[in-house]
Design a binder for this molecule. Structure first.
Ligand code: CMC
Length: 428
């Protein structure tokens, strides 16, 4: 017999069904709670709230497990191919050779931006944060591709997804070029997804960018490890915005804004700042750890802790290994990697972090890798966004296909009651 959950409220007894996911996760289905009991649940930060059923990504935070469509992420590390993983997440299965070739060709064909879009970059100040430009320009795609606003069928959705995944790297690279006052470099149709991005970032009209294969592999893996993470803040934002019927571009632009925050994707920038402060001699590792434990300091050990992972973050483990490998391959000695290793060692043996189950997360080592590739710190969160985009698209479509209701949480009101409007002259 299926389990039932029992709730007593005063003299009344209620029963609610318990649903079980394909990996054994159990949830009490309370969708008719208010209708039957007159009560709502209160769960700030949604730590105990399942907002949907989803078949895209599975996380077991206690065991440090992350699967995309059932496949453990470690299995993508041998031959990392971000385009393949993007297809997998969005369409539910690994692509066949024909599907892959057609998708890759689509990504190549649509890498250019409308020339009209290019002029928008000119309006932004040089010092504009690239995440602001990214969000604005993804939203602007709605203006330049009105035919992709209504996505009535799977084919049209596929077209929109391919254009967005292709164009986000062009937008990102143009934002960077603009900040440097450098000419925009058009995409090169002979290049694959990641080398093409690096070409648009680093080539000059008169000098080709020589792309090291170890950099291509590392960046592919970085993008893959960021590609989805179930109902995180930005993905929930994309779903929330999409639930109102907003188009794919608008919903993903909102996702970029959510990702920007320092507690979410913006943490990779903060990690680098922290490592640089320590390396620059402003603080020792021990002093930083002491500050991070002091609640009055408002300092956190950036790149540490996670809402879901309470053992280790499998992405951090892979990225730590990639950081070592890449630096060795490129012959780079980055003192920040040593600082990161020492911080990790000290924090992992400190009861404060052990008791709270705080471990390095995806952002802890990604910055060291991006730095070795030559990506400037203010572009780190943009790289996270390029990686996370397939996840946002997959969730947007899953929700749209299921015809879900508009997302609309409730609240417990704790403000004034029975207050009267006062004319200005009677207010003290
Ligand atoms: N440094 C010091 N203390 C911490 C940290 C940290 N990085 N993270 C959590 N804590 C403490 C926190 O102060 C609290 O202590 P107490 O129980 O004494 O009040 C306890 O650990 C639980 O923390 P919480 O804030 O309730 O945990 P949360 O699940 O709400 O937050 C988090 C998760 C990732 C926002 C948080 O761990 C954090 O701020 N980490 C640093 C920022 C960071 O690295 N963010 C990237 C997250 S992974 C990439 C992504 O998903 O975007």
């Amino acid at each position: 017999m299926t389990d039932r959950a029992h709730l007593s409220l005063g003299d009344a007894q209620y029963e609610f069904p318990v649903v079980e996911g394909s990996e054994g996760e159990r949830a009490i289905d309370i969708r008719d709670l208010r209708q039957r009991t007159g009560h709502i649940t209160l769960d700030p930060g949604y730590a105990n709230t399942g907002s949907c059923e989803s078949a895209i990504t599975f996380i077991d935070g206690e065991r440090g497990v992350l699967h995309y469509r059932g496949i453990p992420i470690e299995q993508f590390a041998a031959e990392p191919n971000f385009v393949e993983v993007a297809w997998l997440l969005i369409f539910g299965a690994l692509p066949t050779a024909e599907e892959y070739a057609a998708f890759a060709a689509d990504l190549t064909r649509h890498a250019n931006l409308d020339e009209g879009m290019k002029h928008h970059f000119e309006g932004f100040p040089r010092a504009a944060p690239p995440m602001a430009i990214l969000s604005a320009m993804i939203n602007a795609l709605s203006c330049f591709h009105p035919e992709l606003i209504e996505l009535e069928d799977a084919e049209r959705f596929r077209m929109a997804a391919a254009r967005l995944i292709s164009k986000i790297r062009t937008i990102a690279a143009y934002a960077y070029r603009h900040s440097r006052g450098q000419p925009y470099i058009y995409p090169d149709p002979r290049l694959r997804y990641v080398p093409n991005f690096l070409h648009m970032m680093f080539a000059q009209p008169y000098v080709e960018y020589d792309c090291d294969e170890s950099i291509v592999r590392a960046l592919n893996l970085v993008l893959i490890l960021h590609a989805d993470h179930e109902q995180n803040c930005s993905t929930s934002t994309v779903r929330m915005v999409g639930s109102s019927g907003a188009n794919l571009f608008a919903s993903c632009a909102a996702g970029v804004c959510a990702l920007w925050g320092p507690l979410h994707g913006g943490a990779n920038v903060e990690v680098l700042d922290m490592l640089e402060r320590i390396h620059g001699g402003q603080l020792t590792v021990e002093e930083y750890v002491r500050l991070a434990k002091d609640k009055d300091s408002k300092v956190r050990l950036m790149g540490f802790g996670h809402r879901v992972y309470k053992n280790f973050d499998p992405r951090a483990k892979l990225l730590g290994e990639v950081a070592e490998e890449l630096l060795a391959k490129l012959g780079v000695k980055d003192p920040l990697l040593d600082v990161a290793r020492r911080l990790e060692e000290i924090a992992l043996s400190d009861p404060y972090f052990v008791e709270r189950k705080l471990y390095p997360n995806v952002d802890f080592y990604s910055g060291v890798i991006l730095r070795a590739i030559g990506i400037p710190t203010n572009m780190f969160t943009v790289i996270f966004a390029i990686g996370r985009l397939p996840g946002w698209i997959a969730h947007w479509w899953e929700q749209r296909s299921e015809g879900s209701r508009i997302a609309r949480p409730r609240q417990v009101y704790v403000g004034n009651t029975g207050t009267d409007y006062l004319p200005m002259e009677r207010r003290s």
